[in-house]
Every structure is written in structure tokens, then in C-alpha cells.
Design a protein around this ligand. Structure first.
Ligand code: M6R
Length: 613
């Protein structure tokens, strides 16, 4: 969602802020702005639309001299995307400038109070209210820090706020609650940002801030204060990954690059957890007794991460013989879930910041469940809140549509299943060894799906079907779970209406939507269910559907008897097949989106990290 960068240094701030905002574009935004202090006042430039509009009005930052400033990319919540609603917001008296990620829930009441005092507003945003609130306290006290602290006492909601004061032109104050914020220590300069890529060009030394933290920084100094206003020491973390990991590296889109990174991301994710032929999970401290008494696992997540949970249901239930319920995080919180100390709540999140998932995690903890998070972003809120964490090592994922994070989350689910099954004694040694060997073979098998020949095949199907208006994905068992992800990909990046149905369920209603020419994508990899899925495919072809099937090499001779066109994928054990069958679906969506001229990496209305409920 929104992105933030703040800079205090001894060189012009605007070009650095604009460069940082460029690195945050992937988060999804609809306007951008910067504010720089210069010659006694706070200068703001902001524009609706892409960052290039802001670059144009500021001549790439040249029209905004000054060595301290704040910048923002906005994803509209309160008020439409417009120049007025874009951040930074300036207080009516011009003394305070603010950028903000999050939502201030009580902003209407605060706005009324400020209106009654004669404050006028230029935007519809909650942020402008915060800005004028700080200005009100500042007008009374002349104390910048105190004014920000007072404001913190009054506002309710989620925020990463970064603030400038015209009377203290060397200082930036930032504070956070339920929205990500990091501090970056440079050479003769300091930064705050919502995400590492914004500042990685300038520093690798960062501090991940906690809820309630407040930062007071200048070019040469930094002070961290906790909620009780006591000065606290913070641990600096070194970022090991390189900025090139967050750049396109010659690919036309981040999404394509990230699809191609899947073999190495998968291998990097599993390798630290396999030692001497056994799964080791350092981030997890399950006692054997706890695992034996486990009565239920909830897998709680949103979007694609939830669909990993849908695969996880089949994998974990089959291996561990315990009921597994995938639940959308936005529903979990409000459904009075049955949790006790024998419940494991597994939360999955690439960003580790998704508000729905974080709230569900807190609710699970409140109800006494044990929580384990599978997270990609180190230091993220969810990684800090969960009892145990296992990281996926996918590297930064920039495209809004997830691919490599999805694949690496699946990898951890397989390892977790094996690990728990062994301790619960629900798997034989032979099965364990066979599965582990098959998991280790997956990176090579994924790579085999990314050859020029395979890509060409899928590109041809994309050319043929890119004008489809309704697409139905069908499959059984794990193939059904893979269909959910394939369908989401097509919706989000190609803007095509699509639905995923359990193949056997079509005849209970949705088959009435199949008319001549409707595209049906059938995923049929499970050897025991192939014939049954083919029967369902026939139900659609006899009503005129055009079928594109995804199946394994094992069915190369069979598939043409039922489906008009197909993609063959390598065979692995049925439970692991989703790691392979998802790849042609990702590529199909990518190339359909390309044919349709959609914004692949930044689809309309979407954001990479969804930090509002
Ligand atoms: O960061 P998270 O994994 O928690 O994000 C969850 C969903 O928002 C995310 O998977 C979303 O559905 C993706 N855009 C799908 O490609």
C-alpha cells in the first residue's frame, strides 16, 4: 500500500526521496508527493497518478532544494486519488508537514474539534487531521516532540507517521503503530522508510521499529523513545541482500523475473532445513508431547497465502492425521474460532504486515492457541508477534502478484508436514525418505518448466485465449487448491473474470455457465483422480467448452482423448504436485495479461502489502 521515505542529510533531499519512492512503486499507489525544508519554509510538491508526474513538476527534484525532507506514495483510503488528497499534508499554518501510512479511526471527531477552532481543510484525508492536530499542540507549546507525543495520545488507529516542523528544520520525527517503519543509518545522513528497498542504495544498517516506538533524527543523530517516552537502545540489523534482487535484471516485468527465480528461491528455502536426511526446523520449538496432543490446525492467511493453506490442508492432514482448517484471516477474527492450547494456528504471509493476518494472529494468541508464522520479510510485524517463525528465503518480492513467495510457502508447508508427521509417528521411515527426496528434486523440476520451449507453448495458449471473458478452473484434491491460485492470478493481473471449482462440484450449479467457447482450465495431476476429473471435463466439452488441461507426463497419451489442448508437467508425488502445476498457470496469466496490455506488476486497485483491515 502507501510507501514512505524520510531523509535528513547534507546533500539535496528531493532526488533521494524521489529515488526512494521509485523503489516503492511496486507497493501500489495512485499519487505521490514530497516535502522539503528550504529557506525558512516547508515546500510541498504532490501529484496524482504515476511518479513520473511528480518528477516532471519538480524537474526530478531540482525545484526543491533543501537537505531534509519526507516523501510518500499514496494508495487511497480516505478520499479519491487527487493532488489535494496526496501526501505530504501541510498544516494550515504551514508549520507541520506529515506523511502517513495507515488509518486514523477517530479522525472525524478530531476533525470536528479542529473545525470548531477555525481550522480549514484542503483534503478529505485523515492525515491532514493529524497534521493540524500536531500543529495545534505546537502552537500552544512551541515544542515539536511534545506535540507529536500529545498527538499520539489522542489518535486511534494504525500509523507510520513521519513529520517535519518548519521551526526545527534539522529534525524529523517518526512514530509507528501497526504499520511498518524502519530507520536506516547512513554516512552523515539518516533515513526512515516503510520498506528496505527505498533506502538500500544508501544504507544496509537498519533498525526495525516496534509498535509504540518514536524516532527523533537529524543528519548526525538518532534517538529512539518507547511509548513511555523513555530513551531506548535499538539493535541495528545488517541487510544482506542486494538491491539488484529488487530490480528487474533484464526481465520485462518483475513478475516474470520472480517466476524464473522460483527454482533457486525454493532451494534456498529448503536447504537450511534439511540436515543428514532429516528435516530440522530451527525456528520451531515443538515438544513431542505438544505435537502428540495436537487436536486441530488452522491455517490462517489472505489471498495466495490462504491458497497455500488450502494445499496445506491436504498435505498436513494426510501426513499428520490431524484436522486442518484453512481460514481466511479476515474471517477468522470474527468467527469465534475454537482454539485452545492444543490448537496450532499457522499463519502465512509474504509481507508479514497484512493487517487481517496480523489481527487473526493476535486473536489466536489471545485465545491460547500456539502460533507459528511462515513469513518472507525478516523483522516484519507478524514475524515478531508469532510464537515461532519459519522464514521463506524468496528474497524481495516486488510484483503485486505473488509467485516465488507462494512457491516457497508451499515448500515450508511440506517440510513442516514431514517434521510433525515424524514426531507424531504418522508416517513410515520409507514414506518420509521418499517425500524428502521428492521435495529436494522439486527445484530441478520447476526449472524444467521454464525452458524456452515450454514458455513458447504457454505463450501460444495465451495468444489464443486472451480475449476470454469468463474462465473456469477445475480440479480435485490438491489440484483444486492449485486452481484457486491459478484463478486468482488471472483475475488480478489480466482482469478476467474467473472462478475455481472442485471439478465434481460443477454439476451442482456452475455448469449452467458453460456455453460454447467458454474456457475451462482443468488441472488433473492426481493419478487416482485423473479419470474422475476427465469425466468432469467431458461434461464441459459436451456443452461446448474449450479445455486447456494441465497434467503430468504420465498422462501424455491419455489427455488428448478429452482435452483440446494441454500442458505437460513433470511428475512428482501427488501431494507435491502443486509446486509444479502452479507454474504453467502463473505463466498463462502473465502472458494473457501481456496480450491484453494490462499493468502486470502493479495491477489496478491492488497493493503489495495490505495494511488495512
Ligand atoms: O503479504 P501477504 O502474503 O500476507 O499477502 C496476502 C495477499 O494479500 C496476497 O497473497 C495477494 O493475494 C497477492 N496479490 C496474490 O498474488
Amino acid at each position: 500500500m502507501c510507501g514512505i521515505v524520510g531523509f535528513a542529510g547534507k546533500v539535496p533531499a528531493a532526488p533521494i526521496l524521489l529515488d526512494g519512492l521509485k523503489k516503492l512503486e511496486y507497493r501500489g499507489y495512485d499519487s505521490a508527493g514530497v516535502c522539503v525544508y528550504h529557506a525558512g519554509s516547508l515546500q510541498v510538491a504532490k501529484k496524482q497518478g504515476e511518479l513520473k508526474n511528480l518528477l516532471a513538476v519538480t524537474d526530478n527534484g531540482a525545484t526543491l532544494p533543501g537537505n531534509i525532507g519526507i516523501g510518500h506514495t499514496r494508495w487511497a483510503t480516505h478520499g479519491a486519488p487527487s493532488d489535494e488528497n496526496a501526501h505530504p499534508h501541510l498544516s494550515q499554518d504551514g508549520k507541520i508537514a506529515v506523511v502517513h501510512n495507515g488509518i486514523i479511526e477517530n479522525y472525524l471527531a478530531l476533525k470536528e474539534m479542529l473545525l470548531a477552532q477555525g481550522v480549514t481543510f484542503r483534503s478529505e484525508t485523515d492525515t491532514e487531521v493529524v497534521c493540524n492536530l500536531i500543529a495545534m499542540y505546537y502552537a500552544r507549546s512551541g515544542n515539536f516532540l511534545w506535540s507529536v507525543q500529545m498527538t499520539r495520545e489522542v489518535i486511534v488507529g494504525s500509523y507510520a507517521l513521519v513529520i517535519l516542523c518548519a521551526d526545527e528544520p534539522d529534525t524529523i520525527i517518526a512514530m509507528k503503530q501497526d504499520s511498518p517503519l524502519i530507520f536506516g543509518q547512513g554516512e552523515g545522513c539518516n533515513f526512515v522508510a516503510s520498506d528496505v528497498p527505498a533506502i538500500l542504495k544508501y544504507t544496509r544498517e537498519v533498525v526495525y521499529l516496534n509498535d509504540g516506538d518514536l524516532v527523533v533524527m537529524t543528519a548526525d543523530s538518532v534517538r529512539f523513545l518507547n511509548r513511555q517516552s523513555a530513551t531506548v537502545e535499538k539493535k541495528t540489523e545488517h541487510i544482506a541482500w542486494d538491491i539488484t534482487a529488487a530490480e528487474k535484471g533484464g526481465y520485462e516485468h518483475f513478475m516474470l523475473k520472480e517466476i524464473f527465480e522460483q527454482p533457486s528461491a525454493f532451494a534456498k528455502t529448503i536447504s537450511p532445513h534439511i540436515q543428514d536426511g532429516k528435516v530440522v526446523l530451527d525456528g520451531v520449538s515443538f515438544e513431542e508431547r505438544y505435537l502428540k496432543n495436537l487436536s486441530r490446525i488452522y491455517v490462517v492467511a489472505c489471498g495466495s497465502a490462504y491458497y497455500v493453506g488450502c494445499v496445506g490442508k491436504y498435505v498436513l492432514e494426510k501426513l499428520c492425521r490431524v484436522p486442518v482448517e484453512p481460514m481466511l484471516a479476515s474471517e477468522f477474527h470474527y468467527c469465534d474460532p475454537l482454539c485452545d492450547e492444543n490448537t496450532l494456528v499457522l499463519v502465512i504471509s509474504q509481507s508479514g504486515e497484512t493487517a487481517d493476518t496480523k489481527l487473526a494472529l493476535l486473536e489466536a494468541k489471545r485465545r491460547g492457541a500456539r502460533t507459528l508464522a511462515i513469513v518472507n520479510v525478516v523483522g516484519s510485524a507478524i514475524s515478531k508477534e508469532a510464537d515461532d517463525v519459519i522464514y521463506t528465503w524468496a528474497g524481495p518480492e516486488i510484483a503485486v502478484a505473488t509467485t516465488k513467495a507462494y512457491s516457497t510457502q508451499l515448500a515450508i508447508v511440506y517440510l513442516l508436514g514431514l517434521y510433525m508427521a515424524r514426531l507424531r509417528e504418522t508416517i513410515t521411515d520409507g514414506e518420509y525418505d521418499e517425500l524428502l527426496a521428492a521435495i529436494q528434486a522439486l527445484p530441478g523440476q520447476i526449472a524444467a518448466l521454464l525452458t524456452e520451449e515450454k514458455i513458447q507453448e504457454i505463450q501460444d495458449f495465451a495468444k489464443k485465449f486472451h480475449q476470454a471473458e469468463d474462465v473456469y478452473f477445475i480440479g480435485r484434491n490438491v489440484d483444486n487448491a492449485t486452481c484457486l491460485e491459478g484463478s486468482l492470478k488471472l483475475k488480478e493481473i489480466a482482469y478476467i473474470h474467473s472462478e475455481a471449482y472442485a471439478a465434481g462440484e460443477l454439476k451442482h450449479g456452475p455448469i449452467s455457465l458453460i456455453v460454447p467457447g467458454t474456457l475451462v482450465v482443468a488441472v488433473a495431476t492426481h493419478p487416482d483422480l485423473f479419470d474422475k476429473t476427465m469425466s468432469n471435463v467431458k461434461e464441459t466439452t459436451s456443452r461446448g467448452a474449450d479445455v486447456l488441461a494441465v497434467t503430468t507426463d504420465a498422462f501424455a497419451d491419455e489427455i488428448g482423448k478429452t482435452a483440446g489442448q494441454w500442458v505437460l508437467i513433470p511428475e512428482t508425488l501427488p501431494l507435491l504436485q502443486p509446486s509444479l502445476s502452479v507454474v504453467p498457470l502463473q505463466l498463462f496469466s502473465y502472458y494473457v495479461s501481456l496480450e491484453r496490455g494490462c499493468s502486470i506488476d502493479k495491477p489496478r486497485n491492488l497493493a503489495k502489502s495490505v495494511t488495512v483491515e
